[in-house]
Ligand binder design. Structure first.
Ligand code: FE2
Length: 269
């Protein structure tokens, strides 16, 4: 990066990922490939998306604000409910798992820093919309949840769940030294008995069909998390897992509700 403020175009390996020139042949080919991948697999993994220099700057930034994360321990079902609804004993809707993590809110992340610059970059919004087959995407209009840094310290994890949002965009900043794999069972949400059976098998420890992902720093992941059961295994090494979470929506003005802000950030903004 040149100068003190980052230029978004310097944060990404644009030779490999020509997202700033979507009308070029290379740009069109990239979108076609990426769209086919996520439609088939439910996930798109772009290795070395951020340059090594950008990642180094983002990790410096993340470590500076890591202590400002709000840590919470949350017990939930795979559907992110409290498990109290009427359902047969042992049904997936009654089975609780644990998520313990920290969230650094967007208003704690420097506005002129590299991660926020990437989050706000319109060519990235247009690229992601094209890959997801959407007319456009807008950053969440939420001072806490638009951009976050997820922190999992030693022993912390994300329990098995389906996302509420239809897709998630994350950038690996600092992988843990050990543990902390992202695990998923793709495209399992069918809404019928096959889904219940698959969820129960995973909750009971069956690893059939599970895919483990331990992306290196700089990997951008686009994931249809509403359809695929997923978790982050406990971090076992001494180093925190730090992930940038970039939240976008089809419509402008998307916000967290007050209860979610309190749960994930410990305050309302
Ligand atoms: Fe998730």
């Amino acid at each position: 990066m040149s100068g003190s403020l980052p230029d978004a175009a310097d944060l990404i390996d644009l030779k490999r990922y020509p997202i700033a020139t979507p009308g070029s042949e290379a740009g069109r080919n990239l979108v076609t490939r990426c769209r086919a991948t996520i439609d088939r697999d439910g996930i798109l993994i772009l290795d070395d998306f951020a340059t090594a220099r950008a990642v180094a700057a983002m990790v410096d930034e993340a470590r500076t604000v890591e202590d400002q994360a709000w840590f919470c321990v949350h017990r939930h079902t795979v559907y992110q409910t409290d498990g109290k609804e009427a359902a047969p004993e042992g049904a997936p809707r009654t089975r609780l798992v644990t998520s313990d993590k920290g969230n650094v809110a967007m208003d704690r992340i420097p506005r002129d820093g590299p991660l926020r610059t990437l989050f706000d970059w319109r060519p990235l919004h247009r690229f992601l919309a094209a890959v997801l087959g959407l007319p456009e995407l807008h950053p969440y209009d939420d001072p806490l949840a638009g951009l976050m840094i997820n922190v999992n310290r030693t022993g912390e994890q994300l329990g098995w769940h389906f996302d509420n949002a239809e897709f998630a965009v994350t950038l690996m900043l600092q992988p843990p030294r050990a543990g902390g794999a992202f695990r998923y069972l793709p495209n399992v949400r069918t809404g019928d008995v096959a889904e219940d059976a698959a969820v129960l098998a995973v909750l009971d420890g069956d690893e059939t069909g599970l895919i483990d992902l331990a992306p290196p720093a700089g990997t951008l992941v686009v994931f249809r998390g509403r359809d695929s059961l997923h978790c982050v295994a406990p971090v076992t090494g001494p180093r925190s897992r730090l992930v940038g979470v970039l939240s976008y929506a089809r419509e402008p003005g998307q916000r967290m509700d007050v209860a979610s802000q309190m749960l994930f950030h410990g305050r309302v903004a």
